[in-house]
Design a protein around this ligand. Sequence first.
Ligand code: PGA
Length: 255
Amino acid sequence: MNKERKLIIAGNWKMNKTVAEALALVNSLKLELAKVKEVDIVVCPPFTALESVSKAILESKNIRLGAQNMSENNFGAFTGEICAGMLKEFSVRYVILGHSERRQYQKESNELIARKAKAVHGASLKPIVCVGETLAEREAGQMEKVLETQVRGSLAGLTKEQTVETIIAYEPVWAIGTGKTATTQQAQEAHAFIRRLLVKLFDEAAAKKVRIQYGGSVKPNNAKELMSQPDVDGALVGGASLEARSFADIIKNSI
Ligand code: PGA
């Protein structure tokens, strides 16, 4: 597939996989995906498996490491938090921020996500900033308003250069873990809306460089069609990233 931006496909393992299970998964992925050059591949294990997975992919040319969250602070009395310096010890390159599960269960606000995004860039890591509307918001015709508030709020304070290095994940909440995928048209519309917003916030050249992932029940059988949309530049995969076969097939089918 000849895309304007390089595809980036990330597996969000969420709160799954012991160290042994994480190693088994990443070792299979290394074999399955050894030849793939066309896609940036990212795996995001839980914090407890970062060190082992990091060692396992040390010599991998195409699999990179991501974390699922990060503190906005660099050190100190923040019980239970993990900072950028700790992630960098394991060669983490990407950090998922503002996933809808954290927005919902940990009550993360756009303001907090923006502070975290700044900290991620401050450490020369790349944030994957998640946005997306609920079903009620979509049905009430609020999708664009919600996306605009989340994108503006979560990227607030980033420079143009930092924004270009930010990955945005459009994840309609009603499609996460439900088996309901947005249609390719719904995904493309939302992605194009986000890109137009980036033009307003910065300029056309910057907006063209930002990679926007789709997330929400991405599977091997729908990946190709989703990735073929002009403004869909990759995927953030939950459930289907927990097995080597399905995650590898999503990547191979997207090329
Ligand atoms: P899902 O999750 O692929 O299981 O729907 C996506 C996500 O939460 O990032």
